[in-house]
Design a protein around this ligand. Structure first.
Ligand SMILES: Cc1cc2nc3c(=O)[nH]c(=O)nc-3n(C[C@H](O)[C@H](O)[C@H](O)COP(=O)(O)OP(=O)(O)OC[C@H]3O[C@@H](n4cnc5c(N)ncnc54)[C@H](O)[C@@H]3O)c2cc1C
Length: 477
């Protein structure tokens, strides 16, 4: 009888190691400081990436320099995004200095100024090593998130280390395979979630803070009453206005979190989707820009006195669905394109129904919220005004677009364009994965019907029998 070979035991999961990766592997040089390049996580508090930079500085006995910028060349740079990001930076200098590091925010006014200044390159020259935050490839920002740190490291022979503190679980742990659906990633997330959910211990730098950093730019002082004029001075798209009701500040993020935990979490599962109410956290923009981490939001939710089923329903959206969205973008090159993101079976059935009677609106009708469907128009108006759409209305917005555009492929492209341009929480893995979900990704075939083929169908009429859609339209108006 053949003896069964004992498999080697799997090493225990180490969340800290799983969060870390190396963008450019070079020996640590002698340098004047460790440079923390703050990119995706727009916060000083409870930031495991910043903590790693502090620890590295302490190991090397060096000071820490923190560099942050906002580039007018970024795709979809607008008054909306610039205002939110600058608001998120109010008080950041003081918070970082209190950890013993120096801090400078570079706000180039134009593409020429950004190009000519080469701020990061100049700061990199004196760095022993660079630490920066990891973010998943997402649409037009994919190259920036995935390739630029390695390029800087290669060009200037400096080691670049990345830390992932975005979703809450370390995403590299799930990068090996494209997940078919939430049911396949859920058990994997659940296995490591407890180990990943720990708060920062807020370490401080031991070396004296550098008082005379040779910043290759004039660091901007960001105060609440200066944000509007700073934004006005930048050569960006000013036709996309700031969202007055959603300031990007950490204070606002924490206020929303408190409101959610105290008032909404205990009924989250039944009220999140209710179009007549506001039952969700409304934290997606703050999570997208890293003003808050999914990790600390999950910790707060789990520590609350809300029923366990409600807490877990929230963690399902916050961590499992977000991890699924990130996994799709991490494993699908060109995920913002219809051909790459929408599964083959769904494309086949949608294309077979392309000639079914449909509204055939123009992009302008879409953007101006002037289609034949009043509920779709209300969702689009919410996007234009508030930069987000209520969760159920957003699904409807994605699904009903298939009936309103000349073809399914065109609907996909227009949804991506509108979300990228107008959404405060846009240009995120959640964007492309959820739009693709509307077209069959992570889903299975349903009974065949007009326009949708066998892709799951949602209509405004059905939504009106389920929710108080009149209240939603009224609210958005
Ligand atoms: C067509 C379409 C486009 C979307 N575009 C975006 C987008 O650009 N950015 C974005 O963050 N979300 C997007 N979503 C997902 C979801 O609609 C929003 O995250 C949610 O509506 C944000 O509201 P909230 O913060 O109140 O959510 P809550 O219900 O309070 O959820 C908390 C957090 O969990 C995460 N989350 C919730 N639902 C999902 C989901 N389905 N997939 C992944 N993560 C989720 C978000 O980070 C959210 O902020 C889109 C969904 C659809 C159907």
């Amino acid at each position: 009888m053949a003896t069964r070979k004992k498999l080697p035991a799997e090493p225990p999961f180490d969340p800290e190691a799983a969060r870390r990766s190396i963008a450019h592997d070079a020996p640590i040089r002698s340098g004047k400081y460790v440079l923390y390049w703050l990119r995706a996580l727009r916060r000083a508090e409870d930031n495991l990436c910043l903590d790693h930079a502090v620890r590295r500085a302490n190991e090397l006995g060096l000071p820490l320099v923190v560099y942050e910028s906002l580039d007018p060349r970024a795709p979809y740079a607008s008054a909306r995004v610039h205002t939110f990001v600058l608001q998120s930076a109010i008080g950041r200098r003081e918070a970082i200095e209190s950890k013993g590091a120096a801090y400078g925010f570079f706000l180039p006014k134009s593409a020429d100024e950004a190009r000519a200044n080469k701020a990061l390159v100049k700061l990199a020259r004196d760095a022993a090593l660079i630490v920066t935050d990891w973010f998943a490839p997402s649409g037009a920002m994919s190259e920036f998130w995935s390739e630029v740190p390695a390029r800087i490291g290669r060009a200037y022979g400096v080691r670049v280390e990345l830390v992932d503190d975005t979703v809450g679980v370390a995403m590299a742990h799930f990068a090996g395979k494209h997940e078919v659906a939430a049911r396949t990633i859920r058990p994997k997330v659940q296995r490591v979630l407890d180990a990943c959910l720990r708060a920062s211990d807020e370490p401080t730098v031991r070396a004296p803070r550098l008082r005379e950093v040779e910043w290759p730019f004039s660091p901007v002082e960001i105060q609440a009453n200066a944000v509007a004029s700073l934004v006005e001075g930048c050569a960006i798209d000013h036709s996309i206005p700031a969202v007055a009701t959603t300031p990007g500040t950490r204070v606002e993020a924490l206020r929303r979190l408190d409101r959610f935990i105290d008032e909404r979490l205990r009924r989250y599962d039944s009220q999140r989707n209710d179009m007549g109410l506001k039952g969700s956290s409304e934290l997606s923009a703050h999570l997208h820009f890293g003003v808050l981490s999914g990790r600390s939001v999950a910790l707060r939710a789990r520590a609350s006195s809300a029923p366990e089923a409600e807490r877990e329903a929230f963690v399902e959206e916050l961590i499992v669905r977000r991890a699924l969205a990130f996994n799709h973008c991490m494993t699908t090159e060109g995920h913002h394109r219809y051909e790459r993101s929408v599964p083959e079976w769904a494309r086949a059935t949608l294309e077979a129904h392309d000639n079914d009677p449909r509204a055939k609106h123009t992009f302008e009708d879409f953007e101006r919220a002037r289609t034949r469907d009043p509920l779709w128009n209300a969702a689009q108006r919410e996007l234009l005004r508030d930069g987000v759409i209520q969760p159920y209305a957003r699904m409807l917005w994605g699904k009903v677009a298939i009936e309103l555009a000349p073809s399914a492929k065109t609907a996909f492209e227009w949804l991506v364009a509108l979300n990228d341009k107008w959404a405060l929480d846009g240009r995120d893995p959640n964007t492309y994965t959820n739009i693709a979900w509307c077209f069959g990704l992570h889903d299975h075939p349903y009974p065949e019907r007009a326009v949708f083929g066998t892709v799951r169908c949602m209509t405004s009429r059905a939504a009106s029998t389920k929710w108080d859609t009149a209240a939603y339209v009224q609210r958005v108006r």
